[in-house]
Design a protein around this ligand. Sequence first.
Ligand code: ADP
Ligand code: TRP
Length: 321
Amino acid sequence: MRTLTGITPSGTLHIGNYFGAMRPAIEAQAQGDCYYFIADYHSMTSVTDPEERLAHTRGIAIDWLACGLDPRRSVFWRQSDVPEVCELTWLIGSLTPMGLLERAHSYKDKTAKGISPNFGLFAYPVLMAADILLYDTHAVPVGQDQKQHLEMTRDIAIKYNQTYGETFVVPEPVIRGDVAVVPGLDGQKMSKSYGNTLEIFGEEKALRKKVMSIVMDSRTPAEPKPDADRNLCIQLLKLLAPSDVAADLESRLRAGGLGYGDLKRALFEHYWAFFARARARRAELLANPDYVDQVLREGAERARDVARPVIRRARKAAGLE
Ligand code: ADP
Ligand code: TRP
């Protein structure tokens, strides 16, 4: 069974991304046959500065490798290094009804926000379907927001198969309903669009300040806090600290006697320790850009080896050769 997912190179990664998307992807490597790519073609509808695109693409690659993406176990590449995906976009796009694309939430949301629509934005779900179908993918782990794109991919694959004969594997979405939403520093869902993130990587002093500035209520340290399980720091500690440590801090908070300053200091220390290995690995990768280029180059070759027979199959089925 082949698992594939794409990572859009936008912004700095935060611990919500880590627990919601990166850690499950990294753990899935134990089952093998994982295909992960950096969706730089997809970034073209939002980023128009070439240097910025290259920097984001490289930065995201380094961060994923630092967090445990293992290129010996997974195929990891940059989307645009396999340009066959653009050809497939045309083949399947020619069978994709306008009505299907007009119903896409992501397109409606973006135009409602005032982003001026262009072909790329409208065709985004077709490119995403091509990403998936080009690699004979069975399972696609995505967040709930991508569910509709997966339904479109299935519709498009089925339509191609009906029109030109069996060509594509019809993929299944894997929606992580069980993964708790990681709360941000203001208690809402952590998201780069809400400005409430705790980054995976960053400068120690600034991050310590972020953690120490988390707003708590005005109860004194001595007061017992029966709602300790709903405390934001405790919720984050449950992700970042060993479970006995988080449980001990929670019971001390509940009983009274633990102040919020000490609680935030403990949160920072565990957060900082949690990513210590990844940070060290990242420093090595930053010092070794050739290695990162080589990983992506070799990944692209392996990805292309899978893509070539599939695009041929699709071309032949449609009478293009
Ligand atoms: P953001 O909301 O910061 O823009 P993205 O939409 O780029 O994040 O999300 C990338 C991945 O990280 C998705 O798979 C998404 O489900 C996951 N993710 C983002 N924020 C969280 C969160 N707070 N908790 C759990 N998973 C998250
Ligand atoms: N659209 C996805 C997102 O914004 C990223 C993505 C691009 C993707 N192509 C994909 C995800 C193919 C899964 C499969 O998060």
